[in-house]
Design a protein around this ligand. Structure first.
Ligand SMILES: NC(=O)c1ccc[n+]([C@@H]2O[C@H](COP(=O)([O-])OP(=O)(O)OC[C@H]3O[C@@H](n4cnc5c(N)ncnc54)[C@H](OP(=O)(O)O)[C@@H]3O)[C@@H](O)[C@H]2O)c1
Length: 255
């Protein structure tokens, strides 16, 4: 009789950085550009998803001069057809996607209370900040499952947490649409993380802290390099790393 092998299937080898393909949305400026720079410096093939091709080319030229080559790709995360087209190109060109960083976001209602924000602004914010990541996660996970490796990082914000009411009471009545979008992104992270195996494929969320970018403003305490650190860490954690968590400064944070 044939002998049964009851051992678990061998874990696939974690692909070396040089074999990994990463996509960073909103990679032409701010924290996304810095995440792309750091992943490229590790040797990964890094695609920066940019809605404006000229901005993408300009960022790629700048990053190449800094010794961090990246490939600009046209991507408007608020558009289903744009996401589908990019994912088709990724499949055809690379056949894999190892790292997805959902970084692109808009803050359209700074200072506007949720009781006053226009419905259209809420919808526009959700299209980019929530539906964008949802579309990309749905497209990326099947590809990651094929080669049994994937790291998804959702760049969220402490403003989307219940903690913000206690920790940042001065922000009461501000940015209602943005905060709703980030709370949905946080919950999406929890839900989606439960649907992947959590070892080969991991989905986590990060709050970068308050970072000096166009969105964060010139007086924010953290540099883009500091703001990118936790996202890059989560994008490269090994099989024993976390799944379904929310992190700030490489430490678990409360939702
Ligand atoms: N900075 C902070 O203090 C802070 C704090 C907490 C959380 N965050 C989060 O960190 C992430 C990065 O923020 P940041 O400060 O670097 O912001 P940023 O400087 O405003 O950059 C945002 C990036 O997202 C892109 N983007 C916006 N809508 C897009 C779309 N529909 N499709 C593709 N790309 C799009 C922008 O592209 P364009 O150049 O074409 O506009 C830009 O590249 C965001 O998720 C943000 O919510 C930031």
């Amino acid at each position: 009789m044939e002998r049964q092998d009851h051992r678990l299937p061998a874990q696939p080898d974690v692909p070396p950085p040089a074999a990994r393909v990463a996509l960073v949305t909103g990679g032409n400026r701010g924290i996304g550009r810095e995440i792309a720079r750091q992943l490229s410096r590790m040797g990964m093939t890094v695609l920066i998803g940019c809605r404006d091709p000229e901005k993408g080319e300009a960022a790629a030229e700048e990053l190449a001069r800094e010794g961090a080559p990246v490939r600009p790709e046209v991507l408007d995360v608020a558009s289903r057809s744009s996401v589908d087209a990019l994912m088709e190109r990724v499949k055809a060109t690379y056949g894999r996607l190892d790292v997805l960083v959902n970084n692109a976001a808009v803050l359209l209602d700074r200072g506007v209370p949720v009781l006053e924000v226009e419905e259209g602004v809420v919808r526009q914010t959700l299209e980019t900040n929530f539906f964008g990541p949802l579309r990309l996660i749905q497209a990326a996970v099947p590809l990651m499952r094929k080669h049994r490796y994937g790291r998804i990082v959702n760049v969220s914000s402490g403003l989307g947490t219940y903690q913000a009411f206690e920790l940042l009471p001065e922000l009461k009545g501000q940015s209602g649409a943005y905060r709703l979008s980030k709370s949905l992104l946080n919950y999406l992270t929890c839900l989606a993380a439960k649907e992947v195996d959590g070892r080969d494929i991991k989905i986590n969320a990060v709050c970068p802290g308050s970072v000096r970018t166009d969105m964060g403003g010139p007086d924010a305490p953290l540099s883009a390099e500091e703001g990118a650190d936790t996202a890059v860490w989560l994008a490269t954690v090994d099989a024993d790393g976390p799944n379904g968590g929310f992190f700030r400064y490489r430490e678990k944070a409360e939702w």
